[in-house]
Design a binder for this molecule. Structure first.
Ligand SMILES: Nc1ncnc2c1ncn2[C@@H]1O[C@H](COP(=O)(O)OP(=O)(O)OP(=O)(O)O)[C@@H](O)[C@H]1O
Ligand SMILES: [Mg+2]
Length: 363
């Protein structure tokens, strides 16, 4: 089963057909492509999706070698020759099994939208299509050393299921970014436990972080595009650093840029694109390796309302294909009209977890 994907969504049917990957033992009928990739990666066995946090076993590289490869990637931006990096986090769905996660043919393309957020509310089919719990927080507290008396997050306990679309709302300083940054292990909780696809992020070893991040796409308010690279190159870079072949890059990058409505602008530099277009490039970059979880911190924070609607429409489409999407936002209108699950933070405390929520009770 696709750990982050909806269990019964058409787009994930192929990957779901393998059963619950989190529990199974290695099988002789591993997909041929995966076996080949694994051999190409040094003759090692395919990653075993049963494996949880723990010591590297026969199918995994030594931590120091993995860390070295990643550092090399960070320095050069091109690690296609580094065989270690073609390994994946074993507890989450490998990227090559979600190749159909965003079928562009089904979804059309995203452009700056017309209509309203309310149009998107109708797309929520309820819990029926949700998969297993993939993110679990248990009494999570984060205290920054600079503010020892005021926890940024305090005692957060919640579960998020595969395929959900959630909003995270709250006033400035309520802890939204802290929450988001804990999910990709940018920061570590001071106490409590966070599990992502069964892996405890508090105790997770450093060498495994890159593998986690391949499965957690991040979108930020300020896009963070590389200014001297074209839209194509910005998206391609995300694949280069995880060692994807030129063939994969040539195939997947245009496909995802088409999905976000930018096939005509692949050769443009960021400063030749509008804010909405830049954000779409950044979303394309975050989803090009088909992460099962997409977390967005104020993705429409710098955009006008119409462009924001286009971005939300795109995120909603991505969610419809089975990707779990979490959006931290200040946009009251968006949250009120889309009526998705809302997590509300106040001074670091989860004060509301509502299935079809609104931004605040005072609307
Ligand atoms: N690196 C840090 N060191 C110390 N305190 C921090 C740090 N980062 C955030 N904080 C504090 O933690 C609290 C939560 O901050 P956070 O950035 O998570 O809020 P937010 O809800 O994302 O706010 P905004 O809507 O303004 O982005 C705030 O009180 C903030 O001052
Ligand atoms: Mg923030």
């Amino acid at each position: 089963m696709a750990l982050f994907g909806r269990s019964s969504d058409g787009a994930h049917a192929a990957s779901s057909s393998r059963g619950n990957g989190q529990r199974r033992a290695p099988q002789s009928n591993e997909p041929a492509q995966q076996r080949q990739q694994s051999r190409a990666a040094g003759g090692q066995r395919p990653a075993n999706s049963q494996r949880q946090v723990g010591r590297p076993s026969g199918g995994q590289q030594h931590p120091r070698r993995a860390a070295g490869a990643q550092q090399h990637a960070d320095r050069t931006g091109n690690i296609s020759r580094s065989r270690e990096v073609s390994q994946r986090i074993p507890v989450v769905r490998p990227a090559n099994q979600v190749a159909d996660v965003i079928p562009a043919s089904d979804l059309g393309v995203a452009t700056e939208a017309t209509g309203s957020y309310a149009d998107l509310a109708a797309q929520d089919n309820g819990n029926a299509k949700l998969g297993p719990v993939v993110i679990s927080l248990r009494n999570v507290t984060k205290i920054y050393p600079a503010q020892p008396d005021k926890p940024a997050l305090a005692g957060i306990t919640l579960d998020i299921r595969a395929g959900e679309f959630l909003f995270l709302v709250g006033h400035s300083g309520s802890g939204k970014s802290t929450f988001i940054r804990m999910l990709n292990r940018e920061i570590v909780p001071t106490s409590g436990e966070i599990y992502v696809a069964g892996e405890n992020l508090r105790t997770m070893r450093k060498w495994r972080i890159p593998y986690l991040r391949r499965n957690v796409g991040c979108v930020f308010q300020d896009f963070k595009l590389l200014p001297n690279k074209t839209a194509f190159e910005n998206v391609a870079f995300a694949l280069e650093v995880i060692g994807k072949s030129r063939h994969v890059i040539k195939t997947q990058v245009p496909e995802v840029l088409r999905l976000v409505g930018l096939e005509e602008k692949m050769d443009k530099l960021p400063d030749q694109l509008s804010g909405g277009e830049q954000q779409r490039v950044s979303i394309a970059r975050s989803i090009v390796n088909r992460p099962p979880l997409l977390i967005c911190d104020e993705p429409t924070g710098n955009l006008d309302p119409q462009t924001s609607l286009g971005i939300m429409r795109l995120l909603e489409r991505i969610n419809r294909t089975g990707t779990t999407v979490l959006v931290a936002t200040h946009d009251r209108e968006m949250v009120d009209q889309m009526r998705r699950r809302v997590l509300a933070l106040e001074n670091g405390v989860l004060v509301r977890d509502q299935r079809r929520g609104v931004y605040g009770y005072d609307v």
